[in-house]
Design a protein around this ligand. Structure first.
Ligand SMILES: O=P(O)(O)OC[C@@H](O)[C@@H](O)c1c[nH]c2ccccc12
Length: 267
């Protein structure tokens, strides 16, 4: 079984357990459930936006522990002060060490920044959870959903006021899963089944993504030259975790990166 299949199998058990404990009616009573969501799409396309969506990630199946002793409220506040357009916070515990508590702390520290609940969404129950913790955006990974599931979850998410980021890794996933219930298309440079990471994936798929979707390049990004190259190819969003999280001060790492690509693009 590849790692993605393992994660999804585990997720199904987790969701079944969560459902048996807390009903969607109870989730709707959470204080943040009715909150007005923020638009990541708008933040990414605003004049002068850095385009960076910074991720809070403690560990991953590909890297093991990245940075475990850090506080989500401190790191994410640092990201926002440095110029992040949006935040991504992992909520998968088993494989990424994330929690709802991490998300809640980041949410409270950054009330006006769009936040992505980064998890493996397989059931509409998880959309209610996302609303209850104060998320603005959810991720739908084409590699672990059928095109019909993408449509169904995307439509439900949008009905709840959430924006939808569809993640693809190849042409087939893109062509089969992209639909009107998606707001942004993310190209994952990392193959979730093999962990092989290559920017070429984003460069190759760029022209195939219809223009009405905001394009986001995800994973393995660390230098200004690459960001500029991706911008040139049509990307307006850059999802970056590890290269910030491995440093002692992730916010500072983001600030330095933005400084480098803004400087370079003005020359
Ligand atoms: O840490 P990186 O290489 O900068 O990548 C961030 C993000 O793209 C990555 O964490 C990611 C992209 N898609 C995912 C799906 C599930 C879990 C994690 C991910």
């Amino acid at each position: 079984m590849n790692i993605l299949d393992k994660i999804v199998a585990h997720k199904r058990i987790e969701v079944a357990e969560a459902k048996s404990k807390v009903s969607t009616a109870d989730l709707e009573k959470a204080p943040l459930f009715g909150r007005k969501t923020l638009s990541l799409k708008q933040a990414l396309t605003a004049e002068g936006a850095s385009g960076v969506i910074s991720e809070f990630k403690r560990k991953s199946p590909s890297k093991g522990i990245i940075n475990d002793g850090v506080l989500p409220e401190i790191v994410t506040k640092g990201y926002v002060e440095a110029g992040a357009c949006g935040l991504s916070v992992l909520t998968d515990t088993e494989f990424f060490g994330g929690t709802f508590d991490d998300f809640a702390k980041a949410r409270a520290a950054n009330p006006s920044t769009p936040m992505l609940r980064k998890d493996f969404m397989i059931d509409e129950y998880q959309l209610w959870e996302a609303k209850a913790i104060g998320a603005d955006v959810i991720l739908l990974i084409a590699a672990c959903l059928t095109p019909a599931e993408v449509r169904h979850l995307g439509r439900k998410a949008q009905e709840l006021g959430l924006e939808v980021l569809l993640e693809v890794h190849d042409r087939e996933e893109l062509e089969q899963s992209v639909c009107e219930y998606v707001d942004m298309v993310g190209v994952n440079n990392r193959n979730l089944k093999t962990f092989v990471t290559s920017i070429e994936t984003s460069l190759e798929l760029a022209q195939l993504i219809p223009d009405n979707f905001v394009k986001i390049s995800e994973s393995g990004l660390k230098n200004a030259e690459t960001i500029l190259q991706l911008r040139e190819a049509g990307y307006q969003g850059f999802l970056i975790g590890e290269s910030f999280m491995v440093t002692e001060n992730p916010g500072l790492a983001l600030k330095e990166l933005i400084g480098r690509f803004q400087l370079t693009s003005n020359q």
